[in-house]
Design a protein around this ligand. Sequence first.
Ligand SMILES: O=C(O)CCC(=O)C(=O)O
Ligand SMILES: [Fe+2]
Length: 262
Amino acid sequence: MGTAREFFHLPEEEKMQLHSPGDFTSPVRFAPGIRDDDQNIVVSRESLKFLSDPLENYVNLWPTNPSSFREAVAEYCVAAKMAEMTLTEAIFESLGMERASMDQILVKLEQNVSFNYYPTCEKSNLEHTVGLRGHTDPSIITMLLSDEVPGLEIFQNGEWILFKPLPNTLSVNVGDILQALSNGGYKSLLHRVAASSDTERLSIVSNCYPSKDTRIGPPKELIDDDHPAIYKDFNYKELYDSMWKQRPHDSTRLDPFKVCAD
Ligand SMILES: O=C(O)CCC(=O)C(=O)O
Ligand SMILES: [Fe+2]
């Protein structure tokens, strides 16, 4: 967390060297906060997103400032990936998936990591500022470590609820891919981050997802006459590509992959 904080406190010009607008494929990307004039809103989050798996392919592309970056972050990524694999396997077992269906996904799990930084916002601008807009994650599961400053809100039973971070605790969100793989048994979590005028906030998010070509669809053992397939088979590349396309206002990321449109 200290390394992430040091990174975001670097001069703007240095962080902006890692900014490549419109490029969603670069293995290391810095994104500054944005102003959305259409919605008259500022999204204050700055993020550093980077690929981390397999580590040896990417670690040499990561920032070298702060100097602790590569070593500290590599250690975190490896530990997070192991925890995610163990959890994902346990979730698959709980669903009653057969070994072959589980392995098809587990042997090709990948990971990307985001450092998120939410600077404080002037009180007078709070009304038109959010930390991060409501979204679900395009992952199987997402592991979140935050610096214990509140701000994350989750949508539950029709309302936004402030999530209370516990000290030294990781939280895990269900992502869109687990919703598809479990044929709707698990629901991906809609969440957002509020802006604050009091305290800056930091989080480290590790997303775990199948390789781009892995077939994503409910395994046959979860499908029967009472539980018909909700989603067509797709792969992560198709989900990722469709993420950046304009969607109807009320649609979610998985809607384009539904067997029957509602
Ligand atoms: O900062 C947080 O608590 C959440 C960040 C998040 O939702 C994301 O990076 O997808
Ligand atoms: Fe998220």
